[in-house]
Structures are given as C-alpha cells and as structure tokens.
Design a protein around this ligand. Sequence first.
Ligand code: 13P
Length: 276
Amino acid sequence: MQINIFYGVISASVINLELVRGAIRAAQEENAPIIINIVQGQMSKHGDGEIISGIVRTLAARATVPVALNLDHGKDYERITHAFRHQFSSIMIDASEYPLEENIRRTKEVVTLCHSQNVTVEGEIGFIGQAANADEKKLDLFTRVEDAVYFFEATGVDAMAIAVGTVHGKYPSHLAPKIDFDRISQIKQATGKPLVLHGGSDSGEDNIRQAVACGINKINVCTDTFVGCKEGLKTILQETPDVDFMTMMINMETTAKNILQKYIYISGSSGKAANF
Ligand code: 13P
C-alpha cells in the first residue's frame, strides 16, 4: 500500500476514562489513527499506568481504528519500567535537560529495554520548554541538525521530539508561535526519521499544516483539551446549575472529542486508519 507521509498522527493527553473515550471517538469519527498520551507527572498524580493501560486497551479492542498508548515525558526509570510492564506501546524518555552525552546514555538504556519487547521509543533533543517561561523564543534551546543526526544514530530511538518553536501550554494572548520550518525540513532531510511536535495546543492551524508538510509525523495536544473541558464544565454549571454529575462527565467527553477531532483533521490524518 502507498502510504502518504504528509500527515501527522495526533497524540492526545488523557488522565481519565472520559478523555480516553473522547480521543478514541474523535479518531473513530475521522477514521484516523490515534495515540493516547499520558505524562509521567499526570500518571503519578492521578490515573497510574496500570489503570490507564487497562482503560485504553479495553477501548482499543472495541475500536475500528488503530490506538496506541504512549508514556509522555518519561523521566524516571522506575516510572518508565512501570509503563513498560503495563504494556504501553511506546515510551518517551525525556532526558533533554541533561547534556547531550548524558541524554544519549539515558535514552539508550530505555531503547535497550523497550526494543526487547517491540515497544517503540521517543527521545527528545534540544529542549521543548513552557509557554509560561517564554521558552518558545529561546533559540539556544532549539534542536541543532547535527545533534539530531548524532542522537538518532547513537541511541536508536524510533522517533524524536524536536524543539523548533512550539512549547507546552497557552501562549500569551493566544499569539501563534513562530515555528522554524526550515529547521524541521533540515532535520527531516538529514535523519529521514519520524519527528514529533510537542506543544500542539494553540499553535495555529496553518503552523500545524506546514509543520506536517516539512516532516512532522506526530503532534502532541494537551492544554487545549484540558482547558476546553474545564470551560465546558463551567458553562454547563452556569447555564444549568442543577445539572446531574453524569451529564457533566458526558459533556466533558464530547468536548474532548470535538477538540481532538479538529486537530486530527488539521494534521491530515483523517481517513488514514487503514495505513497501519
Ligand atoms: P500542549 O499542552 O501545549 O498541547 O503540549 C502537549 C504536549 O506536548 C505534551 O507532551
């Protein structure tokens, strides 16, 4: 089958049943593949890996589209092995805060573990920070092309998160970030490997489309879903204060579905379920 590489798969952050269901429903309605994402910190505070993995695997078995489960920003080896034991299909090791050689050492350790069981690994090179710290403007944090090539070769990761101008969280005044598209193209050309864009929320439709055209294959979305669900719950409570709790939860699931469905469409993965 001819696979069109010019689309990105949405990786949707979740912390509970409603968000998992919302994400999978969005993928079903778009006939798209979907990656369910849970950040290490979220997993330790709320739905641990065993719980989330059980929910995702149950719902994935009922779905007619491909559903993967990814540990996002895994930093501690203990948390990473927890996700590995609970059958996550991929694991991100984020050692980007360390100097390059230490990042490589930590990443390789996780690659060795995960590849023993066909679990894929995402690494991070450069540093994708926070909108709250205006990290999107700090060019020295951006991924260098030569580091990306070296990192891929030295670690054997399957995919790599790159810092190219998007960061996590809401940008001030909802200003879309300035993405370094040339850098994405150069990294893609030099490595030929799957590339990941973090900080998908609020980054702008045209930016996402162009990032995909330049070589991004996976786009992480969290803040827009969480904020959208919170706003939806506030609205329903204001409009109908005696609404019952279950209606609120169903409302939250539908809000998440609508937000993620739009991202799936923008990333170009609608209709691509059969490619996997
Ligand atoms: P946003 O919260 O900005 O969408 O970023 C999500 C993300 O990159 C998770 O790793």
